[in-house]
Design a protein. Structure first.
Lengths: 257, 253
């Protein structure tokens, strides 16, 4: 079992170190976002913990996007190289696919987190509340990224390459609804209600409580982890279903042409 | 049933396409087939006959709408249950016009696929080296897939198909698009693999010469139906033809 998971990690690792676009995903986009937000906070003359509040969003966004992209790439690399049928021919299960890619996603996500933290510390005076809270927060982002990546894989197996754009848009949408730069109370009523079903909301709330902001919800971590556990289990099952359905409809073969 | 490596019973498959998926194409219409253990069996037929669909069903990449498929004595169920994964680990497939991740080298591609079959560590290194050796791929070991010639890509596809030491090997038009000399060399490789490994090979082709040269028995398929099965001599007798080309023309029209 471990060998099959490592196989996908091995492939994602090769892609990550060999493709220029994978490098820009780590270095370019997260920095562009962070610098933009940091300069805006300087312009608005935001102080101390409010700056930390905003920059937390920029850092979390970068880590989430990079980590979930790797999970999505597990499937998309196969589709882009039209080699998906070779992979489906092998005795692998969806969790091999997803977990192997996620391993590399977490490594790339950690690199992004460390780089963004160091940069924002020196450039904008960003600080972390505590090591424990940071570890919980980052682990929450990784799990959220796993979930989003699984959603992308599910949709692509169901609807084909025309929905591959979800690999870049789904995480952005999740960030928007979970209050990435603002408390979710600022969202319109119905959207604010939806935010309570997104686990990322609770991890952001919990982390920001370390800067002295009162959380809008109680039991943030319990709710966050419970939602993650439920969604991840459901999506493992859905991926299994999507694998089986793709065999029935011929989607695997269409994606290999 | 133990005598047979592959048994296909009344297998049908229809694809839907177009707006609201209401356009239907019946690719296979009740196909029956039996391939003996250790046999090199050919599925011959014109373009669009259903050869590739059949092979995709046998290699578990498609699930038939009806009918049954038994491979190595086990029924294919289209699920990811343990016994089905075990069955998948005992077979492999190679297609013509193969595609692999473009930025990986030959060695990396073989390592990745070997790992998917659960081969790891030193055994993985040994297996990839052995497969590269068998197909003369050592000099290309560190070359990226996107710079390989068409013939080398085909060899790589064959090497990948041998990584798990399969008991049943499916070859889908393995020489399509190859120059005549490379196609002849590929056929020789397939014959050598069959002789050395004594595995069951099911090969689809629309080249008569290939079918005659490689296969002990041939099934002629057209319009999703098996029109005739037998040795090339049987098929010639059946259709009063001088060669397989005439058999093809007779059965294809």
């Amino acid at each position: 079992m471990l060998t099959k998971i490592l196989a996908f990690a091995y492939r994602n690792w090769i892609f990550a170190k060999r493709n220029f676009f994978a490098f820009t995903e780590i270095v370019f986009w997260p920095f562009v976002s962070l610098v933009g937000i940091g300069l805006m906070s300087n312009f608005l003359d935001l102080k101390g913990d409010v700056t930390n509040f905003i920059l937390t969003g920029a850092i979390a966004g970068g880590v989430l996007q990079v980590t979930q992209l790797d999970v999505s790439y597990g499937l998309l690399y196969d589709i882009w190289s039209k080699s998906i049928k070779h992979t489906f021919l092998a005795p692998v299960r969806p969790y091999h696919y997803v977990l192997g890619s996620w391993c590399i996603g977490m490594i790339r996500g950690s690199v992004v987190f460390i780089m963004l933290f160091i940069f924002s510390y020196f450039a904008f005076g960003f600080t972390l509340p505590s090591v424990g809270m940071t570890l919980i927060f980052v682990s929450g982002i990784y799990l959220n990224a796993l979930l989003i990546g699984m959603m992308v894989c599910f949709l692509v197996l169901l609807y084909g390459q025309r929905v591959e754009v979800t690999a870049w848009s789904l995480a952005t949408l999740a960030m928007l609804v979970s209050g990435i730069y603002y408390p979710v109370s600022y969202l319109p009523g119905s959207v604010a209600a939806i935010s309570q079903f997104i686990p990322l909301t609770f991890f952001l709330e919990h982390f920001r409580s370390g800067y002295g902001f009162t959380p809008l919800f109680s039991y943030t971590l319990v709710k966050g982890y419970a939602l993650l556990a439920a969604y991840i289990l459901v999506f493992f099952w859905l991926l299994q279903y999507a694998f089986a359905r793709a065999r029935k409809t011929g989607m695997i073969l269409r994606l290999s042409e | 049933m133990d005598e047979y490596a592959v048994v296909v019973k009344s297998v049908s498959k229809t694809f839907s396409s177009g707006f609201l998926r209401r356009k239907y194409t019946q690719a296979l219409k009740g196909v029956d087939l039996q391939v003996r253990r250790g046999e090199m069996f050919g599925v011959l037929g014109p373009n669009g006959a259903g050869k590739t669909t059949l092979l995709n069903i046998l290699s578990t990449q498609l699930v038939p709408d009806s009918g049954e498929v038994h491979i190595l004595g086990r029924k294919l169920r289209g699920s990811l249950a343990g016994d089905q994964l075990d069955l998948k680990s005992r077979m492999n497939m190679c297609s013509g016009n193969p595609n692999f991740p473009w930025s990986m080298t030959v060695r990396e591609i073989l390592t990745f696929y070997a790992m998917l079959y659960g081969v790891c560590g030193l055994q993985c290194e040994e297996t990839t080296r052995e497969c590269m050796g068998m197909l003369d791929l050592e000099e290309y070991a560190n070359r990226r897939y996107d710079v390989l010639s068409t013939g080398t890509k085909q060899k790589l596809a064959l090497a990948k198909a041998l990584l798990n030491n399969p008991e049943v090997l499916f070859l889908d038009e393995p020489t399509i698009g190859l120059d005549p000399d490379i196609a002849a060399r590929t056929r020789k490789l397939i014959r050598d693999i069959h002789e050395q490994k004594k595995i069951t090979i099911l090969v689809t082709t629309h080249y008569m010469r290939e079918a005659e040269e490689l296969c002990e028995r041939i099934a002629f398929i057209k319009g999703g139906v098996v029109r005739a099965t037998g040795t090339s001599a049987d098929l010639k007798t059946m259709t009063n033809a001088k060669d397989l080309e005439e058999v093809f023309l007779e059965l294809a029209h």
